[in-house]
Write a protein that binds this ligand. Sequence first.
Ligand code: FDA
Length: 391
Amino acid sequence: MTQVDIAILGAGAAGLFCAGSALSQGKRVLVLDHARRPGEKIRISGGGRCNFTNLATARDRFLSQNPRFAASALSRFAPQDFVALVDRAGIAWHEKALGQLFCDGKATQITDMLLRRMAGAELWLETSVAGVARDGDGFVVQTDRGIVRAGRVVVATGGKSIPKMGATGIGYEIARDFGLRQVETRAGLVPLTFAEQDLSLCKPLAGVSVEADVRCGKTSFREPLLFTHRGISGPSILQISSFWEAGAELRIDLCPGTDVAAELKQARSTAGRVNVATALGRLLPDRLSQAVIAEIGLSDARLADQPNKRIEALGARVNGWQVRPVGTEGYRTAEVTLGGVDTRDLDARTMQARDVPGLYFIGECVDVTGWLGGYNFQWAWASAHAAGLDL
Ligand code: FDA
């Protein structure tokens, strides 16, 4: 049996960061993970360059049953605090659109930095955690390497997204075993899928990307949209997927900022001899304009021959595409898991379970989920830091 002061379950973003923060208190810290390597999601994040934070981090960039919960941790560990660590480690980075910060080089630089920061803590890889139980003042952690006794336990085992990469949902089971409430989980930041009749447009366009304004109810995002063989994806769709619920309709503007019908009428009056496809092709990617025109049956039609009504129908099809997805691609490809450990049962300053002194939940397993764009890592760092200061 191994005895430690602090056992951190999960060597992902939150667990590794928490180990570094906890060490400064001079305690014996053990991090456990069943993966072969630490920080597997960091490695593949941001297309391999890790979008490690977002300068626009604010409470309203997160979904939770209790939108106020994240504010305390986020205010005590800001994006600039993480940037300072990245700078000190000599990692070059750049800002992309919308405050998103990425490494210039490989994402693994971030993992290496986190590992250096927690030097002195022990890391057991290829060690599967099966559960946690109370043991006097402390806890016992059941692993496939035997029992670990710990004064305090931090659950940083992430969500259910991408089981192939080691996601298990064990964090939710541990929370349940200790009587913490759960907010129902579902896949977030995930591609949406269509029924066969709506796929006739998407399938031939698979791989085509277009700037789009995508709305679901009162929420909208203007970012690229990507057509896929199963439906739609791309940043605007991943964003809206976290707000979409089964049965809801999306309204998609495939040419935001341009009134397509007005533009086509204008073109009709000045250059009516061109065909509709050529005129629309000036506003949309070629393949998309051809697909929309074929769908409406105007493939070889001249612009001059089109009555207002038809041009308006074409404009509405581009500026106000209404579609009802049938589902999402699920945890198989989702970047995050929405829902999780109910924040009502956690202390917002420390991430400690209110009724279980010594037990903490951080990162993705908590019911706090960021938008796309570096917010989820910022939550991992901030929640880990909040717990680390209390350990
Ligand atoms: P995380 O999932 O990172 O770590 C949990 C750890 O627990 C894993 O190492 C797992 O192996 C381990 N574990 C699980 N069950 C276990 C068990 N039973 N026993 C032992 N170990 C167990 N976010 C962002 O801000 N910017 C970005 O660029 C991206 N990009 C991105 C790309 C892709 C493809 C995905 C899937 C996700 C992203 N994200 C992202 C989201 C981000 O990766 C995610 O929010 C964080 O990794 C969450 O950190 P955690 O430490 O909470 O969980």
